[in-house]
Write a protein that binds this ligand. Sequence first.
Ligand code: ZN
Length: 145
Amino acid sequence: MNNLENLYRQVIMDHYKNPRNKGLKGYDQVHYKNPSCGDDITMEAKVESGVIKEVNHQGVGCSICCSSASVLSELVKGKTVEEALDIINKYYKMLLGEEIEDEEVLEDALVYQGVSKFPARIKCATIAWKALEQLLKGDKDERKF
Ligand code: ZN
């Protein structure tokens, strides 16, 4: 394991063990499940005048799923809905192994780059992001992932 991978692992384990913005407060929510891994996550967001004021999450799952929900909640806070959807799209591209021009907008989410080598884990890394994406697009129905 090289130093960069080690650093990435530390960031993931930190968010897994000390999740930011965990616990729901009753804003608009979307709930997603990934039966193949047992990931089960609810994302909620408080949006005012097109700006994301708060994102919270609650659920159970593997370290990739839970930590990425925490990273996401910090990443999009204070952004407009449009900016957040753009970031979410860039994140999907990164996981598909595609080049992204301004990848620095992904900040801590860059630690999931390596997941692109493990297709089975891509669902884990995107479940919280898909849920938030759906929520930001205004569709609040519960979906299976
Ligand atoms: Zn998982």
